[in-house]
Design a protein around this ligand. Structure first.
Ligand SMILES: Cc1cc2nc3c(=O)[nH]c(=O)nc-3n(C[C@H](O)[C@H](O)[C@H](O)COP(=O)(O)OP(=O)(O)OC[C@H]3O[C@@H](n4cnc5c(N)ncnc54)[C@H](O)[C@@H]3O)c2cc1C
Length: 443
């Protein structure tokens, strides 16, 4: 039987190893801990949860809950273990931290065809089918190797993400499409402020609390200025930076020609292929999420904005998946090499497990010379994979599961106001598609 190499016994790597071992492959699972460790791991256990012990919502009407359900249908071993080691936590799936990782280790060790090799992987061998799942804290040597093989500009050491909102929640009585000085297409959505609105926004911003960076993260952000830091340099700094109003006009309002119609403007840029999501340009931020919500809702036009992704700044190694990967999580350049987990630009425990599973399913099909699978954007896993591999991204930043990346139900569905009912229909549609796919890939 073929040998497959999996690099990193984290969440994605452990999930992939178990799936492929079940299929009968000889799996070399290469993990550098405990000999070498990361700045967040503290044990030698596989699938260690580096921070919270919560795997997010267990409710299928929640985006993360749906992703879990989809992975369960596709045969996820880690979610099965998570359910078996869960502890009471209301509507979410929280686990006994060490119970969970110990059980993953036990499962891996029960497969005689998984060989755990405790060493640091440094050179990518593209002659052996390999899944690289070394996570957000990939060792420096492997980071350099990935850069050498796939290009310097296709590798990132941190993310500084600006918040993303759903377009349909934007109030277009106030917001409007325009480009600066009418250059090119009017692709940007603009949220204008008068002087008092700007002052209100500014006061909220400078009084907001920031999230605490870990010590090892602080030096990553020297060259990257969050809006709260920019604002602390002076009341008008933002008006001469990302909130510059010059050259942007709302044509619905008649004014004699001046350099600007407004005191300040927040611009939003299209973020996904379907134009459902828009990010706030220049708004990378490290504010607490509750503070971001208050701040964003103070922007005219975004009073009721549905925030699908909050801004974050943290150490995070990830590849430029839109350039490097195809939709099967296989590299375009080396057919034997797949990537999975947070390193692909998905973010979160569940997203890492789910992409580990998808990479393993496709690795199996690839080796058998069968058609690999993609899931449609009706499913959370399909929409996530599509997002990270969509090659037109102007500035790719990591993403977690959210409803904004999912296809609308139908044209009429825009009229469905009951969110719970809508998510019930979306979840049904997704699980039916995944079930059908599962039946098709069964041998
Ligand atoms: C500090 C921190 C806190 C986080 N907190 C949360 C949270 O609370 N909730 C959440 O949902 N997500 C969180 N995340 C994000 C993310 O979901 C987790 O990091 C998740 O563990 C990613 O899964 P993974 O399988 O991609 O990587 P990991 O689980 O990190 O697994 C990667 C493995 O690869 C190994 N490795 C690295 N380099 C090499 C090498 N060269 N050779 C061999 N092995 C190597 C590592 O030792 C590790 O075991 C956090 C991330 C960080 C960095």
């Amino acid at each position: 039987m073929y040998k497959i190499r999996i690099i990193g016994a984290g969440l994605a790597g452990s999930e992939a190893a178990i799936y492929l071992a079940k299929k009968g492959y000889n799996v070399d699972l290469i993990e550098m801990r405990p000999k070498y460790t990361t700045k967040a791991h503290t044990t030698s256990l596989p699938a260690e949860l580096v921070c919270s012990n919560s795997l997010g919502s267990a409710d299928i009407l929640n985006a993360s809950g749906l992703l879990k359900k989809e992975a369960e249908i596709l045969g996820s071993a880690l979610f099965e273990i998570a359910n078996a080691t869960s502890i009471p936590s209301g509507n979410s799936l929280s686990v006994d931290r060490f119970g969970f990782s110990n059980e993953v280790e036990k499962t891996i060790k029960n497969y005689k065809n998984i060989n755990i090799i405790r060493e640091k992987y440094e050179k990518i061998d593209d002659t052996t089918p390999t899944i690289i799942a070394t996570g957000p804290l990939t060792s420096d040597e492997l980071c350099n190797e990935i850069k050498a093989k796939f290009g310097q500009s296709n590798f990132h050491f941190f993310d500084a993400v600006a918040p993303i909102v759903e377009k349909k929640s934007i109030n277009f009585d106030k917001a409007f499409y325009a480009s600066r000085w009418d250059k090119g297409d009017a692709d940007f959505i603009n949220c204008p402020m008068d002087k008092s609105e700007y002052e209100n926004f500014y006061n909220i911003l400078i009084n907001s609390q920031r999230a605490k960076l870990k010590d090892f993260e602080a030096n990553y952000f020297e060259g990257c200025m969050p809006i709260e830091v920019m604002a602390s340099r002076g009341k008008d700094t933002l008006r001469f930076g990302p909130m510059k109003p010059v050259g942007i006009f709302d044509k619905r309002i008649k004014t004699e020609f001046k350099k600007h119609q407004f005191w300040a403007i927040v611009q939003l840029r299209q973020d996904d292929k379907m134009a459902n999501l828009y990010n706030l340009v220049g708004f990378q931020t490290n504010l607490l999420w509750s503070e971001q919500k208050k701040l964003i809702h103070s922007i005219p036009g975004l009073e009721n904005a549905n925030i699908v992704r909050y801004g974050v700044m943290h150490a995070n190694t990830f590849i430029n998946s839109p350039q490097i990967l195809n939709k099967y999580l296989q590299t375009k350049k080396y057919k034997n090499i797949f990537f999975a987990g947070q390193l692909t630009g998905v973010e979160g425990y569940c997203e890492s497990i789910a992409t580990g599973l998808l990479a393993a399913i496709n690795m199996d099909l690839y080796i058998k010379n069968k058609q690999m699978i993609t899931l449609s954007n009706n499913t959370m896993l399909g929409a996530l994979t599509d997002y990270i591999t969509y090659s037109e991204h102007k500035k790719f930043q990591p993403i977690n599961s959210n409803w904004g990346i999912i296809n609308e139900l139908s044209e009429e569905s825009g009229k469905i106001k009951d969110k719970k009912y809508k998510n019930t229909l979306r979840s049904q549609r997704a699980t039916e598609e995944i079930q059908k796919l599962k039946d098709n890939i069964k041998e």
